[in-house]
Design a protein around this ligand. Structure first.
Ligand code: ADP
Ligand code: MG
Length: 232
């Protein structure tokens, strides 16, 4: 069997201490195969965002192991951790996290700026992903002046700039109308199918979850169901 892209073993995450301690994840284990599309579903407060944050190495579990392509992520610290995250993951969150007064191109190339990539190279790669998302004509616009759908496509362009192995999306269509949300979904699933990018999506949206290869149902910090789509 090939090494899973992510391997999660008995992961727990507690917030606060003593009487204020709250166990948001109570021991969760599963593997993610490279190229899979995975929905994390469950009620509000069940621990979905907490799980996504630890999977994306934005937060460390209180206990348990997360291996990324066979590497124990606890061995990654500081700069090595930042570089791994930057190189391996793309993020598409509901609140767009764009810098409003800054150009679309500069927003999209921010991960390259952080990585110290020279300006010319940033511009070349930025325009290429904007082209891919049919936003090249908006490169010089301020992010603020885009529609909701254009903003989310800009966020996807930024997520793609480093050629990620995994895209993490937390309610990616939550702020979009149905038609615009459908376009964003189609883009994400195209990236999954055509580029083999692993998709991990937190969603309340049943239809979006149903489009994924697999659904992980989280309830009160526990994995209660792990369902695979039946091949059509
Ligand atoms: P979901 O994304 O499924 O809505 P979360 O993972 O955001 O759930 O939160 C799970 C639980 O952990 C909730 O009860 C929430 O209030 C609590 N929680 C989340 N973040 C924190 C935090 N930083 N401090 C304390 N409690 C938190
Ligand atoms: Mg959440």
């Amino acid at each position: 069997m090939t090494t899973p892209i992510l391997s999660v073993r008995d992961v727990r995450r507690s917030y606060g201490r003593g009487d204020d301690r709250f166990d948001a994840l109570k021991g969760v284990s599963f593997d993610v195969a490279a190229g899979e599309s995975l929905a994390i579903i469950g009620k509000s407060g069940s621990g979905k965002s907490t799980l996504m944050h630890v999977l994306a190495l934005l937060d460390a579990p209180t206990s348990g192991d997360i291996d990324l392509e066979g590497v124990d992520t606890r061995t990654l610290k500081g700069r090595a951790l930042d570089e791994t995250r930057n190189r391996t993951f793309g993020f598409v969150f509901q609140q767009f996290f764009l810098t409003a007064g800054t150009s679309v191109l500069d927003n999209v190339t921010l991960p390259l700026t952080i990585a110290g990539v020279p300006r010319r190279e940033r511009r070349r790669r930025g325009l290429a992903v904007l082209e891919q998302l049919e936003l090249a004509d908006k490169a010089g616009n301020r992010a603020n002046d885009l529609s909701g759908g254009q903003k989310q496509r800009t966020v996807i362009a930024r997520a793609l700039i480093n050629d990620p192995r995994i895209i993490f999306a937390d309610e990616p269509t939550g702020n979009l109308d149905t038609a615009t949300g459908a376009v964003v979904e189609d883009i994400l699933f195209d990236l999954n199918r055509e580029h083999g990018i692993t998709l991990i999506i937190v969603t309340h949206d049943e239809d979006l979850a149903a489009r994924c290869d697999r659904r992980l149902h989280i309830r009160d910090g526990l994995l209660v169901d792990d369902t695979r789509a039946v091949a059509a």
